[in-house]
Design a binder for this molecule. Structure first.
Ligand code: RB5
Length: 149
C-alpha cells in the first residue's frame, strides 16, 4: 500500500463541518481523504482524535494529516506527542507553506473558531503545494527528532 496520496483528516466535535469541507476539497484535487471522524456532534476529547490521526501518519499509512479543533492548538499538542509527527497550527497561508518548506511538517492543524472556511481551504492548499527544501533545514528537523528520545 502506498501512502503517497493519502491524507488523514480528524477533528473534535467543534470542527466536523469544516473537516468534511476540507476532505471534499482535497479529494477534488486527487488526494485520497482518510476521514476518521467523528461524524456526530457529541462532545469528544481532541487528544483522542489528534493521536488517532497522528498514528496513521507516523505508521506510514498516510503521507500527511490535517486535524482541527476549536483553536487548532489542543489537537496539535496531542498529535505532536506521537513520535515522528511534526504538526503546526496555521491561521495564515505563509505559515502553512513554511512549515512544509522549512520544518517538513507532516501534519497541519487549523482552528475552526479562528479562521473561516475560505481561508482554511487556502491554508490547506498552501500546505499541500509546498515541498520540504532540505539542505540546512534537514539538519534542524533531525534535531527535532533527536528530542524525541
Ligand atoms: C472544545 O470546546 C475546545 O476546547 C477544543 O475544540 C479546542 O479548541 C482545544 O484546543
Amino acid at each position: 500500500m502506498t501512502a503517497s496520496n493519502r491524507i488523514v483528516l480528524s477533528s473534535d466535535h467543534a470542527a466536523i463541518q469544516l473537516r468534511q469541507a476540507i476532505a471534499a476539497h482535497v479529494v477534488a484535487q486527487g488526494w485520497v481523504a482518510v476521514d476518521i471522524g467523528p461524524t456526530t456532534p457529541e462532545s469528544t476529547p481532541y487528544p483522542r482524535h489528534g493521536e488517532a490521526a497522528a498514528r496513521l501518519v507516523a505508521s506510514g499509512d498516510c503521507r500527511l494529516g490535517i486535524i482541527l479543533c476549536g483553536t487548532g492548538q489542543g489537537i496539535m499538542m496531542a498529535a505532536n506527542k506521537v513520535k515522528g509527527i511534526r504538526c503546526g497550527v496555521c491561521a495564515d497561508t505563509f505559515s502553512a507553506r513554511m512549515i512544509r518548506q522549512h520544518n517538513d511538517a507532516n501534519m497541519l492543524s487549523i482552528g475552526v473558531r479562528v479562521v473561516g472556511e475560505g481561508l482554511a481551504l487556502d491554508i490547506v492548499d498552501a500546505f499541500l503545494a509546498a515541498e520540504f527544501e532540505g539542505g540546512r533545514h534537514a539538519t534542524r528537523v533531525e534535531m527535532i527528532g533527536a528530542l524525541e528520545g
